[in-house]
Write a protein that binds this ligand. Structure first.
Ligand SMILES: Cc1ncc(COP(=O)(O)O)c(C=O)c1O
Length: 407
Protein backbone atom coordinates (compact mmCIF):
# COMPACT_ATOMS: atom_id res chain seq x y z
CA UNK A 1 0.00 0.00 0.00
CA UNK A 2 1.41 3.43 -0.88
CA UNK A 3 2.69 5.40 2.09
CA UNK A 4 0.33 8.29 1.39
CA UNK A 5 -2.73 6.04 1.66
CA UNK A 6 -2.43 4.66 5.13
CA UNK A 7 0.73 5.45 6.99
CA UNK A 8 0.09 3.95 10.43
CA UNK A 9 -0.77 0.50 11.66
CA UNK A 10 -4.10 -0.23 13.32
CA UNK A 11 -2.37 -0.79 16.65
CA UNK A 12 -1.44 2.90 16.79
CA UNK A 13 -4.94 3.71 18.02
CA UNK A 14 -3.64 2.45 21.39
CA UNK A 15 -0.57 4.71 21.47
CA UNK A 16 -1.89 7.22 23.94
CA UNK A 17 -0.75 8.63 27.29
CA UNK A 18 -3.50 10.65 29.06
CA UNK A 19 -1.19 12.30 31.61
CA UNK A 20 0.19 14.53 28.88
CA UNK A 21 -3.05 15.23 26.96
CA UNK A 22 -3.64 18.73 28.39
CA UNK A 23 -0.21 20.04 27.37
CA UNK A 24 -1.61 21.99 24.36
CA UNK A 25 -4.20 23.74 26.58
CA UNK A 26 -1.52 24.55 29.18
CA UNK A 27 0.81 25.90 26.50
CA UNK A 28 -1.96 28.17 25.17
CA UNK A 29 -2.51 29.57 28.67
CA UNK A 30 1.22 30.02 29.25
CA UNK A 31 1.46 32.12 26.06
CA UNK A 32 -0.88 34.67 27.66
CA UNK A 33 1.63 35.04 30.51
CA UNK A 34 -0.77 33.59 33.10
CA UNK A 35 0.54 31.34 35.86
CA UNK A 36 -0.47 27.67 35.89
CA UNK A 37 -0.79 25.73 39.14
CA UNK A 38 0.61 22.45 37.99
CA UNK A 39 0.11 19.24 39.96
CA UNK A 40 -0.12 16.98 36.93
CA UNK A 41 3.28 15.46 36.23
CA UNK A 42 4.97 13.01 38.61
CA UNK A 43 8.45 14.42 38.21
CA UNK A 44 10.12 15.23 41.55
CA UNK A 45 13.14 16.92 39.97
CA UNK A 46 11.69 20.43 39.35
CA UNK A 47 10.45 20.57 42.96
CA UNK A 48 13.05 18.74 45.01
CA UNK A 49 16.09 18.54 42.73
CA UNK A 50 18.36 15.54 42.31
CA UNK A 51 20.92 14.57 44.94
CA UNK A 52 24.23 16.34 44.20
CA UNK A 53 26.29 13.19 44.77
CA UNK A 54 24.51 11.54 41.84
CA UNK A 55 24.74 14.45 39.39
CA UNK A 56 28.43 14.82 40.33
CA UNK A 57 29.06 11.19 39.39
CA UNK A 58 27.29 11.79 36.08
CA UNK A 59 29.41 14.88 35.33
CA UNK A 60 32.59 12.97 36.24
CA UNK A 61 31.68 10.20 33.80
CA UNK A 62 31.20 12.79 31.05
CA UNK A 63 34.49 14.55 31.86
CA UNK A 64 36.29 11.22 31.67
CA UNK A 65 34.71 10.61 28.27
CA UNK A 66 32.75 7.56 29.40
CA UNK A 67 30.15 7.89 26.70
CA UNK A 68 30.63 4.75 24.65
CA UNK A 69 28.03 1.97 24.44
CA UNK A 70 27.94 -0.28 27.47
CA UNK A 71 27.02 -3.97 27.80
CA UNK A 72 23.49 -4.55 26.51
CA UNK A 73 22.13 -6.14 29.73
CA UNK A 74 23.81 -3.40 31.80
CA UNK A 75 27.16 -2.38 33.23
CA UNK A 76 28.57 -5.19 35.44
CA UNK A 77 29.32 -2.88 38.35
CA UNK A 78 25.87 -1.31 38.23
CA UNK A 79 24.16 -4.72 38.10
CA UNK A 80 26.18 -5.75 41.15
CA UNK A 81 25.05 -2.66 43.04
CA UNK A 82 21.42 -3.40 42.14
CA UNK A 83 21.77 -6.98 43.41
CA UNK A 84 23.37 -5.70 46.64
CA UNK A 85 20.49 -3.27 47.13
CA UNK A 86 17.99 -6.17 47.17
CA UNK A 87 20.13 -8.01 49.70
CA UNK A 88 20.52 -4.92 51.88
CA UNK A 89 16.89 -3.78 51.78
CA UNK A 90 14.93 -7.01 51.53
CA UNK A 91 17.44 -9.77 52.27
CA UNK A 92 16.93 -11.17 48.76
CA UNK A 93 19.64 -13.04 46.92
CA UNK A 94 19.30 -12.06 43.28
CA UNK A 95 22.18 -12.93 40.99
CA UNK A 96 23.22 -9.91 38.96
CA UNK A 97 22.99 -12.03 35.79
CA UNK A 98 19.23 -12.15 36.40
CA UNK A 99 18.91 -8.37 36.21
CA UNK A 100 18.70 -6.16 33.11
CA UNK A 101 19.24 -2.42 32.97
CA UNK A 102 16.64 -0.61 30.89
CA UNK A 103 16.12 2.94 29.65
CA UNK A 104 13.75 3.82 32.45
CA UNK A 105 11.31 1.32 33.93
CA UNK A 106 9.14 2.21 30.93
CA UNK A 107 11.42 0.27 28.61
CA UNK A 108 11.18 -2.76 30.91
CA UNK A 109 7.39 -2.59 30.50
CA UNK A 110 7.74 -2.63 26.73
CA UNK A 111 10.25 -5.51 26.78
CA UNK A 112 8.17 -7.64 29.14
CA UNK A 113 4.95 -7.03 27.25
CA UNK A 114 6.66 -7.66 23.93
CA UNK A 115 7.99 -10.94 25.31
CA UNK A 116 4.76 -12.17 26.85
CA UNK A 117 1.78 -10.75 24.99
CA UNK A 118 0.34 -11.13 21.55
CA UNK A 119 -3.14 -11.68 20.11
CA UNK A 120 -5.25 -14.02 22.24
CA UNK A 121 -3.12 -13.41 25.34
CA UNK A 122 -3.87 -11.06 28.17
CA UNK A 123 -2.81 -9.66 31.53
CA UNK A 124 -4.50 -8.57 34.73
CA UNK A 125 -4.11 -5.00 35.93
CA UNK A 126 -5.50 -3.61 39.13
CA UNK A 127 -7.78 -0.68 38.41
CA UNK A 128 -6.89 2.20 38.62
CA UNK A 129 -3.49 1.67 37.00
CA UNK A 130 -0.55 3.71 35.75
CA UNK A 131 -1.55 4.52 32.15
CA UNK A 132 1.44 3.07 30.33
CA UNK A 133 0.33 -0.48 31.05
CA UNK A 134 -3.05 -0.92 29.36
CA UNK A 135 -2.05 0.75 26.06
CA UNK A 136 1.20 -1.23 25.90
CA UNK A 137 -0.66 -4.53 26.34
CA UNK A 138 -3.13 -3.48 23.63
CA UNK A 139 -0.35 -2.31 21.29
CA UNK A 140 0.92 -5.88 21.29
CA UNK A 141 -2.59 -7.17 20.54
CA UNK A 142 -3.37 -8.38 24.07
CA UNK A 143 -6.46 -8.18 26.26
CA UNK A 144 -6.51 -6.13 29.44
CA UNK A 145 -8.39 -7.66 32.35
CA UNK A 146 -9.17 -5.22 35.17
CA UNK A 147 -9.58 -6.15 38.82
CA UNK A 148 -10.88 -3.27 40.96
CA UNK A 149 -8.91 -1.91 43.87
CA UNK A 150 -11.14 -1.27 46.85
CA UNK A 151 -11.26 2.49 47.44
CA UNK A 152 -13.06 2.30 50.80
CA UNK A 153 -10.44 -0.15 51.98
CA UNK A 154 -7.51 2.18 51.19
CA UNK A 155 -7.30 0.92 47.60
CA UNK A 156 -6.39 -2.62 48.65
CA UNK A 157 -6.61 -5.41 46.06
CA UNK A 158 -9.51 -7.82 46.52
CA UNK A 159 -8.64 -11.50 46.35
CA UNK A 160 -12.24 -12.42 45.52
CA UNK A 161 -12.49 -9.90 42.70
CA UNK A 162 -9.11 -10.96 41.32
CA UNK A 163 -10.11 -14.62 41.28
CA UNK A 164 -13.46 -13.79 39.70
CA UNK A 165 -11.92 -11.64 36.93
CA UNK A 166 -9.36 -14.34 36.13
CA UNK A 167 -12.05 -17.03 36.03
CA UNK A 168 -14.19 -14.91 33.72
CA UNK A 169 -11.28 -14.04 31.38
CA UNK A 170 -10.31 -17.71 31.14
CA UNK A 171 -13.87 -18.73 30.36
CA UNK A 172 -13.87 -16.05 27.62
CA UNK A 173 -10.85 -17.80 26.14
CA UNK A 174 -8.16 -15.28 27.13
CA UNK A 175 -4.75 -16.89 27.60
CA UNK A 176 -3.65 -14.94 30.68
CA UNK A 177 0.09 -14.44 31.26
CA UNK A 178 0.67 -12.10 34.19
CA UNK A 179 -0.75 -10.03 37.02
CA UNK A 180 0.74 -6.57 37.42
CA UNK A 181 1.12 -4.88 40.79
CA UNK A 182 2.19 -1.27 41.30
CA UNK A 183 3.41 -0.90 44.86
CA UNK A 184 3.48 1.80 46.24
CA UNK A 185 0.83 2.88 43.84
CA UNK A 186 0.48 5.49 41.17
CA UNK A 187 -2.21 6.95 41.02
CA UNK A 188 -3.71 6.08 44.43
CA UNK A 189 -0.76 6.69 46.78
CA UNK A 190 -1.60 3.41 48.54
CA UNK A 191 0.77 0.67 49.63
CA UNK A 192 0.01 -3.06 49.72
CA UNK A 193 0.20 -4.88 53.04
CA UNK A 194 2.21 -8.10 53.20
CA UNK A 195 -1.07 -10.01 53.43
CA UNK A 196 -2.44 -8.31 50.28
CA UNK A 197 0.68 -9.37 48.41
CA UNK A 198 0.53 -12.92 49.79
CA UNK A 199 -3.05 -13.15 48.49
CA UNK A 200 -1.99 -12.00 45.02
CA UNK A 201 0.87 -14.51 45.03
CA UNK A 202 -1.51 -17.30 46.00
CA UNK A 203 -3.91 -16.41 43.18
CA UNK A 204 -1.02 -16.16 40.69
CA UNK A 205 0.29 -19.55 41.80
CA UNK A 206 -3.12 -21.22 41.60
CA UNK A 207 -3.63 -19.85 38.08
CA UNK A 208 -0.07 -20.34 36.84
CA UNK A 209 0.49 -16.64 36.19
CA UNK A 210 3.64 -14.56 36.39
CA UNK A 211 3.61 -11.63 38.86
CA UNK A 212 5.18 -8.39 37.68
CA UNK A 213 5.77 -5.82 40.39
CA UNK A 214 6.46 -2.16 39.61
CA UNK A 215 8.22 -0.88 42.74
CA UNK A 216 9.58 2.40 41.40
CA UNK A 217 8.44 4.22 44.59
CA UNK A 218 9.66 1.61 47.08
CA UNK A 219 11.61 4.10 49.21
CA UNK A 220 9.06 6.91 49.13
CA UNK A 221 7.09 5.64 52.11
CA UNK A 222 5.20 8.31 54.05
CA UNK A 223 3.85 6.17 56.92
CA UNK A 224 5.37 3.92 59.59
CA UNK A 225 4.31 0.73 57.75
CA UNK A 226 7.02 -1.34 56.12
CA UNK A 227 7.28 -1.77 52.37
CA UNK A 228 7.22 -5.41 51.25
CA UNK A 229 9.06 -6.27 48.06
CA UNK A 230 7.29 -8.94 46.01
CA UNK A 231 10.46 -11.04 46.16
CA UNK A 232 9.96 -11.46 49.93
CA UNK A 233 6.61 -13.20 49.54
CA UNK A 234 6.91 -14.85 46.12
CA UNK A 235 9.83 -17.22 46.65
CA UNK A 236 9.32 -20.21 44.36
CA UNK A 237 6.63 -18.41 42.34
CA UNK A 238 7.70 -16.77 39.04
CA UNK A 239 7.92 -13.03 39.53
CA UNK A 240 9.57 -9.94 38.13
CA UNK A 241 10.70 -6.87 40.10
CA UNK A 242 11.06 -3.52 38.36
CA UNK A 243 12.57 -0.31 39.65
CA UNK A 244 14.83 2.53 38.56
CA UNK A 245 16.45 5.87 39.33
CA UNK A 246 13.47 8.04 38.39
CA UNK A 247 11.65 8.40 41.70
CA UNK A 248 13.63 7.12 44.74
CA UNK A 249 16.67 9.02 43.46
CA UNK A 250 14.69 11.85 41.82
CA UNK A 251 16.51 11.11 38.59
CA UNK A 252 13.75 10.98 35.95
CA UNK A 253 15.93 12.35 33.15
CA UNK A 254 18.70 9.79 33.60
CA UNK A 255 16.33 7.29 31.97
CA UNK A 256 17.65 4.34 33.95
CA UNK A 257 15.52 1.48 35.16
CA UNK A 258 15.99 -2.20 35.83
CA UNK A 259 14.14 -5.47 35.79
CA UNK A 260 15.00 -8.52 37.87
CA UNK A 261 13.71 -12.01 37.04
CA UNK A 262 14.99 -13.95 40.04
CA UNK A 263 13.39 -17.40 39.89
CA UNK A 264 15.03 -20.55 38.48
CA UNK A 265 12.02 -22.19 36.78
CA UNK A 266 12.16 -22.82 33.04
CA UNK A 267 9.66 -20.10 32.08
CA UNK A 268 11.62 -17.46 34.04
CA UNK A 269 14.75 -18.65 32.24
CA UNK A 270 13.01 -18.28 28.87
CA UNK A 271 11.88 -14.80 29.79
CA UNK A 272 15.47 -13.86 30.70
CA UNK A 273 16.62 -15.23 27.37
CA UNK A 274 13.97 -13.18 25.55
CA UNK A 275 14.93 -10.01 27.37
CA UNK A 276 18.59 -10.78 26.80
CA UNK A 277 17.89 -10.71 23.05
CA UNK A 278 15.71 -7.60 23.14
CA UNK A 279 18.29 -5.54 25.03
CA UNK A 280 20.92 -6.28 22.38
CA UNK A 281 18.58 -4.85 19.71
CA UNK A 282 18.70 -1.44 21.35
CA UNK A 283 22.45 -1.81 22.01
CA UNK A 284 22.71 -0.34 25.49
CA UNK A 285 21.26 1.95 28.12
CA UNK A 286 23.01 5.28 28.74
CA UNK A 287 26.58 4.67 29.93
CA UNK A 288 27.15 7.86 31.99
CA UNK A 289 23.71 7.45 33.58
CA UNK A 290 24.59 3.90 34.65
CA UNK A 291 27.85 5.19 36.13
CA UNK A 292 25.81 7.75 38.06
CA UNK A 293 23.58 4.82 39.05
CA UNK A 294 26.53 2.95 40.56
CA UNK A 295 27.21 5.88 42.88
CA UNK A 296 23.49 6.43 43.51
CA UNK A 297 23.11 2.90 44.88
CA UNK A 298 26.55 2.47 46.45
CA UNK A 299 26.60 5.65 48.51
CA UNK A 300 23.86 4.57 50.90
CA UNK A 301 24.64 7.30 53.42
CA UNK A 302 24.24 10.12 50.91
CA UNK A 303 21.11 8.48 49.51
CA UNK A 304 19.51 8.16 52.92
CA UNK A 305 20.22 11.84 53.59
CA UNK A 306 18.56 12.80 50.32
CA UNK A 307 15.63 10.44 50.91
CA UNK A 308 15.02 11.91 54.35
CA UNK A 309 14.76 15.39 52.88
CA UNK A 310 12.60 14.25 49.96
CA UNK A 311 10.19 12.11 52.01
CA UNK A 312 9.80 14.82 54.68
CA UNK A 313 8.76 17.37 52.05
CA UNK A 314 6.45 14.99 50.22
CA UNK A 315 4.83 13.86 53.47
CA UNK A 316 4.08 17.45 54.54
CA UNK A 317 2.65 18.28 51.12
CA UNK A 318 0.59 15.09 50.85
CA UNK A 319 -0.85 15.51 54.34
CA UNK A 320 -1.74 19.13 53.64
CA UNK A 321 -3.41 18.26 50.34
CA UNK A 322 -5.31 15.28 51.68
CA UNK A 323 -6.80 17.34 54.50
CA UNK A 324 -7.57 20.25 52.20
CA UNK A 325 -9.25 18.04 49.58
CA UNK A 326 -11.39 16.31 52.19
CA UNK A 327 -12.68 19.72 53.31
CA UNK A 328 -14.24 20.28 49.88
CA UNK A 329 -17.92 19.32 49.57
CA UNK A 330 -18.26 16.39 47.19
CA UNK A 331 -14.57 15.43 47.31
CA UNK A 332 -13.11 12.55 49.30
CA UNK A 333 -9.53 11.39 49.39
CA UNK A 334 -7.97 8.27 50.90
CA UNK A 335 -4.81 8.41 53.00
CA UNK A 336 -1.57 8.59 51.04
CA UNK A 337 0.92 5.99 52.23
CA UNK A 338 3.58 5.99 49.55
CA UNK A 339 4.71 7.60 46.27
CA UNK A 340 3.55 11.21 45.80
CA UNK A 341 0.01 11.14 44.46
CA UNK A 342 -3.51 11.81 45.68
CA UNK A 343 -6.48 10.29 43.91
CA UNK A 344 -9.64 11.98 45.25
CA UNK A 345 -13.11 10.93 44.20
CA UNK A 346 -15.21 13.84 42.94
CA UNK A 347 -18.98 13.66 43.10
CA UNK A 348 -19.84 14.94 39.62
CA UNK A 349 -23.58 14.74 40.32
CA UNK A 350 -23.11 17.97 42.31
CA UNK A 351 -21.71 19.69 39.23
CA UNK A 352 -22.66 20.29 35.63
CA UNK A 353 -19.80 18.18 34.31
CA UNK A 354 -20.64 14.84 32.78
CA UNK A 355 -17.21 13.28 33.31
CA UNK A 356 -13.83 13.92 34.86
CA UNK A 357 -12.26 14.73 31.49
CA UNK A 358 -14.54 17.75 31.06
CA UNK A 359 -13.95 18.69 34.70
CA UNK A 360 -10.16 18.63 34.31
CA UNK A 361 -10.16 20.52 31.02
CA UNK A 362 -12.36 23.26 32.48
CA UNK A 363 -10.26 23.30 35.67
CA UNK A 364 -7.23 24.14 33.59
CA UNK A 365 -9.01 26.66 31.34
CA UNK A 366 -10.90 28.50 34.05
CA UNK A 367 -8.81 28.08 37.22
CA UNK A 368 -5.42 27.48 35.61
CA UNK A 369 -5.15 24.36 37.77
CA UNK A 370 -3.61 21.38 36.06
CA UNK A 371 -4.30 17.88 37.38
CA UNK A 372 -4.98 14.61 35.55
CA UNK A 373 -8.37 12.96 35.02
CA UNK A 374 -8.97 9.71 36.90
CA UNK A 375 -10.42 8.08 33.78
CA UNK A 376 -6.93 8.30 32.27
CA UNK A 377 -5.98 5.77 34.97
CA UNK A 378 -9.06 3.65 34.30
CA UNK A 379 -11.48 5.18 36.83
CA UNK A 380 -13.88 8.06 36.09
CA UNK A 381 -15.06 10.60 38.71
CA UNK A 382 -11.56 10.92 40.15
CA UNK A 383 -8.64 13.31 39.81
CA UNK A 384 -4.96 12.65 40.24
CA UNK A 385 -2.94 15.38 41.84
CA UNK A 386 0.72 15.11 42.68
CA UNK A 387 1.92 16.12 46.15
CA UNK A 388 5.13 17.60 44.74
CA UNK A 389 4.57 21.37 44.48
CA UNK A 390 4.97 23.51 47.61
CA UNK A 391 1.96 23.97 49.87
CA UNK A 392 1.17 27.47 48.47
CA UNK A 393 0.71 25.96 45.01
CA UNK A 394 -1.21 22.96 46.34
CA UNK A 395 -3.55 25.41 48.09
CA UNK A 396 -4.23 27.06 44.71
CA UNK A 397 -4.87 23.60 43.22
CA UNK A 398 -7.33 22.72 46.00
CA UNK A 399 -9.01 26.14 45.77
CA UNK A 400 -9.46 25.70 42.01
CA UNK A 401 -11.05 22.29 42.52
CA UNK A 402 -13.32 23.76 45.21
CA UNK A 403 -14.38 26.61 42.90
CA UNK A 404 -15.18 24.21 40.08
CA UNK A 405 -17.12 21.84 42.33
CA UNK A 406 -19.59 24.72 42.74
CA UNK A 407 -20.20 24.94 38.95
C1 LIG B 1 4.19 3.42 38.52
C2 LIG B 1 5.16 3.97 37.54
N1 LIG B 1 5.91 3.13 36.83
C3 LIG B 1 6.81 3.58 35.93
C4 LIG B 1 6.97 4.95 35.71
C5 LIG B 1 7.97 5.40 34.68
O1 LIG B 1 9.26 5.15 35.14
P1 LIG B 1 10.56 5.55 34.31
O2 LIG B 1 10.76 7.03 34.44
O3 LIG B 1 11.65 4.79 35.00
O4 LIG B 1 10.35 5.13 32.91
C6 LIG B 1 6.20 5.86 36.42
C7 LIG B 1 6.32 7.30 36.15
O5 LIG B 1 5.56 8.12 36.61
C8 LIG B 1 5.28 5.36 37.36
O6 LIG B 1 4.52 6.17 38.09
Amino acid sequence: MPFSNNTLTGRMEHAYYPIRELFPVAEEIKKTGAEIYNASIGDPVPYLGTAKYVTKAYCKALKEGKVSYSRSPGDFEFLDEIAKRYKRMYNLDIESSKIFVTQGLSEAVTFLTESLIDKGKGAVLFNPYYPTYAPTIKLFGGTVVLSSLNEENGWAPSKDDLEEKIRKAKSDGVDLRFILIINPNNPTGSMCSRKDLQDVVEVAKNNDLLIISDEIYDQIILVKEKMTCIGEVAKGVPHVIMNGLSKNWAGTGFRVGWVAIPEDDEASGNLREGLGNLVTMRLSASTPAQIAGIEALRNVKAHNRFLKYMVKNIRERAEFMQKRLNEIQGVSCQKVKGAFYLFPRIDLSRTNFKNDKDFCTELLRREHVWVTRGSGFGLDSHLRSTALPPVEILEKVAQGIENLMRC
